[in-house]
Design a protein around this ligand. Structure first.
Ligand code: FAD
Ligand code: UDP
Length: 412
């Protein structure tokens, strides 16, 4: 079998004639595709997936470039999870390549493992001082612990203060200013805590139990996930064009904050389930203003050598305008005579044509702004938001799959 695809023209021609589906899913990333599959299979519902991009897979979409390298169009994606359910679920749709991601920071021309760990200390300080720092870290936090840089900076001990200052200056400050346009103190503590100081001799970027890359890539995984007789996927179609919302009382005092009372699909009332995985501000014509996001520009380069980097990713923490370079052949394990790398240049999201909102900017003000949008949908029992954009959260792939499975459990 293969996925039932409709393009925009076929959809327009058919939408008048075919019965409305039981479920409409907006977005063919992990959030939308997992819910679509579960409702199609477990509840035997007909599901229409609407995707505005020309392909499935959301931000994990990958394809072979002109040199035969499997590249990730929207940034490097490495799968890692502590959830057995998520790993076993995805294993129904892909085999895995055993891959443990490694990252080094380029600090004034020297490669230092990140997360900054006991090996990094020994590469960065002279032997006696490094040994003292290692002992002090283990005594204070215990071997194997993960210490957020913001927490380490609060230590009064002079040796740990020296270490914290070094890591802050050389690993976090420059990178965070490029990535967010803010200092590490100005971003939510959970953001820098994603990459803590690691009290261990472990050079892997992630310590999760299950890690790897889909053996044939993410797009192939999605082709299998969405391959079900009850699912139709329509690409190149922006759901905002066909999914609209009504408010019951147009003259209400609350005006633009008046919650929606009905969903219209192709201008007709729709009572099936709607799963929305895109940004909420866009769906509401930005009526309360754009939700703040950070975006990225990517530059790909193909070079006639086997490898240019020492490992999957190099972070540029004290120099360059880009934050990091990733070399895809480390991730895929492809043995080729050429290699393709990707540089990431962060920028603010202005909703310009072709720009993608990649990262929600987590703070209280933005959370309230998001909640104002979410409240518009509070009266619609058949409208569900799930996903990194729709929930305005900084979620990894495995979090999203877990949340999508939980929503499906609820709806089945
Ligand atoms: P998305 O993948 O964004 O999918 C949403 C889909 O909805 C998109 O395809 C979009 O086009 C579509 N859509 C939106 N609005 C509409 C509309 N109106 N009509 C139709 N379609 C619409 N996670 C990891 O676990 N490991 C990593 O290494 C990792 N690396 C990352 C690197 C970068 C640069 C970024 C930005 C993220 C990374 N992530 C990583 C996070 C990962 O991308 C997300 O957790 C995951 O892809 C979110 O899935 P989603 O379905 O919620 O969103
Ligand atoms: N970070 C940093 N230096 C690094 C790696 C990460 O300052 O070498 C900070 C930075 O603020 C970044 C955050 O930690 O945005 C989270 O990093 P992660 O690698 O998890 O970001 P992602 O892969 O999600 O872009």
């Amino acid at each position: 079998m293969s996925i039932k695809f409709l393009d925009r023209t076929e959809y327009t021609a058919l939408s008048e004639a075919i019965p409305a589906p039981d479920v409409v899913v907006v977005g063919a990333g992990f959030a939308g595709s997992v819910v679509a599959r579960e409702l199609a299979q477990r509840s035997n519902k007909t599901v229409l997936v609407l995707e505005k991009r020309p392909h499935i897979g959301g931000n994990t979409y990958d394809h072979l470039d002109a040199s035969g390298v499997l590249v990730h169009d929207y940034g490097p994606h490495i799968f890692h999870t502590e959830s057995q359910r998520v790993f076993e679920y995805l294993s129904r749709f892909t085999e895995w390549r055993d891959y443990q991601h490694q990252v080094v920071a380029n600090i004034h021309g020297r490669y230092i493992p990140v997360p900054f760990n006991l090996n990094s200390i020994e590469l960065s300080f002279e032997q006696y001082k490094a040994q003292q720092m290692v002992e002090k870290l283990i005594d204070t936090y215990g071997e194997g612990s993960k210490v957020p840089i913001i927490e380490l900076r609060n230590q009064a001990d002079p040796l740990l203060t020296q270490l914290a200052d070094y890591v802050y200056e050389n690993v976090f400050l420059g990178y965070t200013k490029k990535q967010w346009g803010l200092t590490p103190e100005e971003v939510d503590p959970s953001v820098t805590a994603r990459v803590p100081v690691l009290v261990a001799r472990d050079n892997r970027y992630f310590q999760d139990t299950w890690q790897g890359m889909p053996l044939n890539g993410y797009t192939a995984l999605f082709e299998s996930l969405l391959d079900h007789e009850n699912i139709t996927v329509c690409t190149d179609l922006d759901a905002c064009q066909i999914l609209t919302f009504e408010t019951g009382n147009q003259n209400a005092q609350s005006g633009e904050d008046e919650p929606f009372t009905a969903i219209l699909f192709n201008d007709r009332p729709f009572e099936g389930e709607v799963i929305y995985t895109g940004p909420l501000d866009e769906l509401c014509n930005n009526r309360f203003g754009l939700l703040p996001y950070r975006s990225l520009d990517f530059i790909f380069k193909t070079l006639p050598v086997k490898h240019v980097l020492p490992c999957g990713t190099v972070n540029y923490t004290v120099s360059e305008d880009y934050t990091r370079i990733t070399e895809f052949t480390w991730l895929t394990g492809q043995e080729l005579d050429v290699t393709t790398i990707m540089e990431e240049y962060p920028c603010s999201f202005e909703a310009l044509a072709g720009q993608t909102p990649y990262y929600a900017i987590i703070n209280d003000e933005n959370h309230s702004h998001y909640q104002r949008y979410l409240a518009l949908f509070s009266g619609l029992a058949n409208f569900h938001v799930v996903g990194r954009l729709a929930e305005y959260r900084y979620y990894n792939m495995d979090h999203i799959v877990k949340r999508a499975l939980e929503l499906a459990d609820e709806l089945c």
